[in-house]
Design a protein around this ligand. Structure first.
Ligand code: ADP
Ligand code: DAR
Length: 342
């Protein structure tokens, strides 16, 4: 493999930090899962518009290729090589009384975490056999859930196109892997061993073998952020009884994309802010102050519609799960106050 010819088109943190010196040091290495530097950066090379441009194929990748991952993690998360990550999933530490205007502005609330099984490589380098094993381990555990988490697992192969499209339209199911995931080998053998578990009310869902091996999701209409968080915590604690998730004291929960490291949590609301939508400078300044990210309402790389935005925490690594949700709550409260004042 020759040193890539990066051009001004390449916008990713990978292209910014992959010097010829680092490339020459890492280009012949491979992890115990035979995951190479070329595999790690392929998505960023094939998609020059990538923001990050690199994926890990296993927990080992973050150490073996740390000369490249560390400056990317530092720039994205403001997190240093020797920093430690602390998890906190105690809902009692969250200060989030129901916002009195919640239902006037907040259409829905969703909090998700990514998880990967400790004994497996990550999605970019797992085999078809391992992906099948993961689906069996996770779905059989989920099918033992009781109470309001009780539900059913649906493999993509067993869902009609109409049902798949309806679940995607209603924001419950992932879209088929995009070109970034495709070039990272995360769509390999699609749709085999991919699927979704959900309870009757679709307030608790788990995606299996998308970008991470699990995406554990709690969501509901309205703005009761604490109730959504509590349901997610209960589900995580149940799953932890029957499976061990990949975790390190430095990087927290290990994920295929470095942007999700740490808590692997995105806590979001779909919120109506039509007046702030007319003053994006003010809107973005408030979001920056509260460490919030603005997205469209159909997931990543989508646009806002009708003055409705997906607002979520930007910080994931070096802060706890409680802090991620607190960031989102405090920011959403501030946005509503400003929207009301305009
Ligand atoms: P992730 O948050 O897991 O990284 P995306 O941002 O792509 O994934 O969103 C996945 C799906 O979840 C999309 O259909 C998106 O519209 C939906 N979604 C995200 N946040 C909310 C929310 N607060 N309420 C309803 N749906 C949401
Ligand atoms: N599209 C890739 C990943 C960005 C972060 N989003 C994830 N992980 N879904 C990029 O490098 O832009």
């Amino acid at each position: 493999m020759n040193y890539p010819e990066f051009t001004s088109e390449h916008k990713s943190l990978m292209s910014k930090h992959l010097s010829k010196e680092i490339f020459d040091k890492l280009k012949t290495k491979q992890t115990s899962n035979n995951y190479t530097l070329q595999m790690a950066i392929n998505s960023g090379l094939k998609n020059p518009d990538s923001g990050i441009g690199i994926y890990a194929g296993d927990k080992e990748s973050y150490e073996l290729y740390q000369d490249l991952f560390d400056p990317i993690i530092k720039e994205y998360h403001n997190f240093n090589t020797n920093d430690k990550h602390q998890s906190n999933l105690n809902v009692n530490d969250l200060k989030a009384p129901l916002l009195k205007d919640a239902d006037d502005f907040i259409i829905s609330t969703r909090i998700r975490v990514g998880r990967n099984l400790d004994q497996m490589p990550l999605g970019p380098s797992i085999s078809d056999k391992q992906r099948n094993e993961i689906e069996n381990i996770v779905s059989s555990s989920l099918n033992k859930l009781e109470g309001d988490l009780k539900g059913k697992y649906f493999s993509l192969n067993n869902l009609s196109k109409e049902d798949r499209d309806s679940l995607i339209k209603d924001h419950f199911l992932f879209k088929e892997g995009d070109r970034f995931l495709e070039a990272a080998s995360l769509n390999n053998s699609w749709p085999e061993n991919r699927g979704i578990f959900h309870n009757v009310n679709k307030t608790f869902l788990v995606w299996i073998n998308e970008e991470d091996q699990l995406r554990i999701i709690s969501m509901q209409k309205g703005g009761d952020i604490k109730e959504v968080f509590e349901r997610l915590i209960n589900a995580i604690k149940f799953l932890e009884k029957s499976m061990s998730f990949s975790f390190s004291s430095h990087l927290g929960y290990i994920t295929s994309c470095p942007t999700n490291l740490g808590t692997a949590m995105r806590a979001s609301v779909h919120i109506k802010l039509p007046k702030l939508a007319n003053d994006m400078n003010k809107f973005e300044n408030i979001c920056d102050k509260y460490f919030l990210q603005i997205r469209g309402i159909n997931g990543e790389h989508s646009e806002s519609e009708g003055g409705i935005y997906d607002i979520s925490n930007k910080r994931r690594l070096g802060v706890s799960e409680v802090q991620c949700v607190q960031d989102m709550y405090d920011g959403v409260k501030a946005l509503i106050e400003v929207e009301k004042s305009l």
